[in-house]
Design a protein around this ligand. Sequence first.
Ligand SMILES: *Cc1c(COP(=O)(O)O)cnc(C)c1O
Length: 471
Amino acid sequence: MTLHKGGTERARERRPHPVNPFYGEADPVAGMETAPPRYTLPEGPISPHNAYQFVHDELMLDGNARLNLATFVTTWMEPQADVLMTECRDKNMIDKDEYPRTAELERRCVAMLANLWHAPDPAAAMGCSTTGSSEACMLAGMALKRRWARRNHDRYPGTARPNLVMGANVQVCWEKFCNFWEVEARQVPMEGDRFHLDADSAAALCDENTIGVIAVLGSTFDGSYEPVAEICAALDALQERTGLDVPVHVDGASGGMIAPFLDPDLQWDFRLPRVASINTSGHKYGLVYPGVGWALWRNQDTLPEELVFRVNYLGGDMPTFALNFSRPGAQVAAQYYTFLRLGREGFRAVQQATRDVACSMAEQIGALGDFRLLTQGDQLPVFAFTTADHVTSFDVFDVSRRMKERGWLIPAYTFPPNRQDLSVLRVVCRNGFSLDLADNFVADLEQLLTELRRQSAPLGRPENVATAFHH
Ligand SMILES: *Cc1c(COP(=O)(O)O)cnc(C)c1O
C-alpha cells in the first residue's frame, strides 16, 4: 500500500469547524458543533450515523469507477455476487478448520483453472488463491529461485547471483520480486516496433544463474500477448546447445482469463512442457471485485515442498503457500460464483463482448486521423495509441488531461527503455463498459479534437510523467 508519511492538519483545518446541523441525529440544534480531527485519533466517540456520514461524504470525491479506462480491475458484479460477498465478509481464508467449505471452494477453483490451462495431470497440479497477481508472482518467483538454489547448492549462497529474464514491459510486481528477493532483473528493452519480450533476446540473456524467464500474457503497456510458445522453443534450443534447462513462468494476470475462451488454439499454458507455473488476477478478467489472484504450478516438482506451510484442518493439516496469513474469504466465494454462473460458454460470451467493444473503439479512434494505433484490442481487450506523426499542436498528455474534464480517466505515459521517446494513451475495456459508453467516449474525444487542433503547441507534459501505468 502507499507508504504514507504521518500527516498533521494545516492551521486552517485545525480550527474547530462547524458541521451540518442535521448531524445532530434527532435534534439538529443539540448536535455536534465541530468536526472531529483528521490526523489524530479523536478523543471520544461519535454516533455511527455521523461516522458513516463523514466517511461517505469524503469518498464521494473518488472517481467514477465505470468511466475509468485505466484500470484492469473489476468494477461491476451482479447483485447476487454482492450478496454472497457480504455473507462471507467475516470469513478468514486461513481458518480452514472453521470454514472448511470456503477451503473447498478454493480447491475447486484451483482444479478448474488447472483444467482450463491444460495441466497434463490436473490432479497433480498445485495451486492457491492469493490477494492478487502480485502475491501470486512473488510465490511463483520464490519457487523458481528455490529450485535454482537447490540445483546450484554448491555455488549458492556463495559466489553465484541468481537472475530472472523478462521484458522491460513487465508489470512492476516483477521489479518488486527481484528487489525483495535479491534477484537480478535482466530486462530485454523494447526496440522499434517491438514492445514486448521476443524469444531470441530472452534466450540470449539466460545463463547458468537464470532462475526462469517471465512471459507476459498480455502486456500492461499495450495489451499485446508475448510469444510464449516461441520463447519456450528458443529455450528448448538453448537447452540442446548448452544443457541449460530454464523454466518459464507465464504472468497471465489478464490474459490467463481471456486466451482460454477467445484464443483456444493459442499455445501459451501448461500444454507447453517448459511452462512451470502460471498466475492470473481473479479481480481482472476473472470478473471478481479486488482482492483475489491465483497461482498454479504444473506439478509437485515445480513447487519445492519446503516452501509450503501447514495449518490445522479438521484435526489434520492442510498445506498453504502465501505471504499473508489472515485474508478475506469473500473473493474466493465470488470467484467460484463467477465460474459456476458463467461456465465456459458464459465466459466466452462476456470476454468476446468486451473484446468487440475494444476492437470497435480502436477502429473508430484510428479513423479519426489524429492518432496512430499501436495495438488494436484484438488480444487483451486493451489498446494503446499515440498521436499521428503530423500532429504537432497537442500530445497524449493534453488528451488525457482534457478528457478528465469530461469524466473519462484515460492514462498517458511514456514507454520504458529503449522507447522512452514514445508516449501513449491506453484504453482498457472491461465487462460493464458497453458499446454505448464506448461510442460516447469516441464522440467526446472527437469533440475535444476540434479544440486541441487549434492549440499552437502541446501545453506541456506533467513534470513527473509516469513511465509505466501499472494498473
Ligand atoms: C495487474 C498485473 C499484475 C499485478 O496484479 P495485481 O492483481 O494487481 O496484483 C501483474 N502482472 C500483470 C501482467 C498485470 O497485468
